[in-house]
Write a protein that binds this ligand. Structure first.
Ligand code: C2O
Ligand code: CU
Ligand code: CU
Length: 524
């Protein structure tokens, strides 16, 4: 064993208290897609400069919708299938309406959405609308589980700004495995403001999804979810929209990338191989007030960013992930992928490009939530697999929020390794980070935020509507292995003066009154 590996062994041992067997592995030598031996933990994984970009990027189809007046209905079926990522190998995967990932749902603010969901898997799942403001019964969290062969029909009215949201399973304790197996899709919201902006908006032409996920394949070509770092799986093969070694042919002078970190644990620090600047135009919950010109955007699992990149004819650039800034102590960085670099997606501009207007100077009005309006501050301390010293209990309510109120949530990562924090139901703003104003990329609407170790993030949010005293929303670490291991809590939004006992009966789709929609809207 060389010195590097011994050092890594020591660090992992010190950091996790776990015994991990290291098989020999070089820092950069492995051919992307090579099978990884069991027990193998990589040291400074990198494919930067090594990917051959042989495959055209797959663009998930837009989901067909049935539209009647203001109602837009979609059908989603969770199912198993077979995908082909690596040459000569097939891989068992899961998807919605297909073998992998899911179609892109798209709806306009003000529309009523109905989703006819069926679970054709042989295990329980759920479908959560990440970033969506909607009633708790429609949220698709662990309380809306859908058993094998069962159906679920959530419906709600889109009541939030244009944004890039996503959907994924959220069953109690099995989210990591189901997302890793392939269940995830995008949900795009448009509104009158986004309709009126001269931004690239032709789906699959100049408006491109970039779902970034890391995987580990075993020798048989199957997805492996085995040894994990303290934060979860750190795979070394990167897929974009399920495409290995992808390129996209750009045909316009401006291209919009809607990037989702759909990985279970890995944190990416995106930029371009030639260090070109790009415009960040939107974060999790929608458009920024104005574009932010930058060369890097970091995303932890669950976070999204929309960027616009300018291209000249006949040029090539590569979207890459540089070493992420995890904010942890230097000795521990390697153990959490803090020095890993990857090629993500090659952009190849055609010889003739259709001219597109420059990114508008102003995007969307972004009213800052006022700290003086907050009626309550709560603290959330993430430590190990617990929040405020407790693991998730589906029968326990951790916070009771009065509808109409504005609250400040002070969130703190007690550990030296990464966590992040996601809140259902609302989009929040970051008031400050250790008492300093957030940087421009964290100044817009967010539903998930990276938590640097030992740092206070004060989040502000308003709970405008949708009350149910006995059906909670979740908040949790979006490192999915942490989430599955209990790093999650529950809150209810109640009418003023409503008593909430802190205890719930367990709900599931076997209880038809929660998951079935007796009061479902009339369908034509
Ligand atoms: Cu992306 Cu509670 O979820
Ligand atoms: Cu965590
Ligand atoms: Cu019930």
């Amino acid at each position: 064993m060389n010195q590097q590996l011994s050092r890594r062994t020591f660090l992992l041992g010190a950091a996790t208290g776990l015994v991990i067997t290291l098989a020999g592995c070089g820092s950069t030598a492995r051919t992307p897609g090579d099978p990884v031996a069991s027990g193998d933990v990589q040291f400074e994984a990198s494919s930067a400069g090594a990917v051959d970009f042989r495959n055209p990027l797959v663009i998930p189809p837009l989901a067909p919708a049935t539209v009647h007046g203001n109602q837009r209905s979609f059908t989603l079926v969770a199912q198993t299938g077979v995908s082909h990522f690596l040459p000569g190998q097939s891989t068992s995967t899961w998807g919605y309406n297909g073998a992998l990932l899911g179609p892109t749902l798209r709806a306009h603010r003000g529309e009523e959405v109905i989703v006819n969901f069926r679970n054709d898997l042989d295990e329980t799942t759920s479908v959560h609308w990440h970033g969506m403001h909607l009633p708790a019964a429609m949220d698709g969290g662990p309380h809306q589980s859908v058993g094998p062969g069962q159906t679920w029909q959530p419906y709600w009215t889109i009541a939030q700004p244009a944004a890039t949201l996503w959907y994924h399973p959220h069953p109690h304790g099995a989210t990591e495995q189901q997302v890793y197996q392939g269940l995830a899709g995008l949900f795009l919201i448009d509104d009158t403001i986004s309709d009126g902006l001269a931004l690239p908006n032709r789906y699959g032409v100049d408006d491109i999804l970039v779902i970034v996920q890391d995987k580990v394949f075993n020798r048989a070509g199957e997805l492996r979810l085995g040894e994990r770092a303290e934060t979860g799986l750190l795979g070394e093969t990167i897929l974009v929209n399920g495409t290995y070694a992808p390129y996209f042919t750009v045909t316009t002078t401006q291209v919009r990338l809607r990037i989702l970190n759909g990985s279970t644990a890995r944190i990416y620090h995106f930029g371009f191989s030639d260090e070109r600047a790009f415009d960040l135009i939107a974060t999790d919950g929608g458009l920024l007030a104005a574009p932010h010109r930058t060369t890097r955007i970091q995303l932890s699992p669950g976070e999204r960013a929309e960027i616009v990149v300018a291209m000249a004819p006949n040029t090539v650039t590569t979207l890459r992930s540089f070493a992420p800034d995890l904010g942890t102590v230097l000795e521990l960085v390697n153990a959490y992928g803090g020095q890993d670099r990857f090629d993500i997606l090659q952009l190849r501009a055609a010889a003739q490009l259709q001219a597109a207007p420059d990114v508008p100077m102003t995007l969307a009005p972004l009213a800052s939530l006022d700290a003086r309006a907050a009626t309550r501050t709560r603290t959330f301390r993430l430590d190990g697999r617990q929040i405020n010293d407790q693991r998730m209990d589906m029968r326990r309510i951790d916070a009771v929020v009065t509808v109409g109120s504005t609250e400040i949530w002070d969130v703190f990562n007690q550990n030296l390794y990464p966590h992040n924090f996601h809140i259902h139901d609302v989009q929040f703003q970051i008031l400050d980070i250790d008492a300093s104003a957030p940087p421009p990329e964290l100044a817009g609407w967010k539903d998930t935020v990276y938590l640097r170790p030992r740092t206070h993030y004060r989040l502000i949010m308003r709970f405008a509507d949708y009350t149910t005293a006995d059906l909670p929303y979740m908040y949790h670490c979006h490192l999915l292995w942490h989430e599955d291991n209990g790093m999650m809590g529950q809150f209810v939004v109640v009418e003023p003066g409503t008593a909430q006992t802190g205890e719930l009966a367990t709900h599931s789709c076997q209880d038809r009154h929660v998951c079935r929609t007796d009061a479902a809207p009339m369908q034509h």
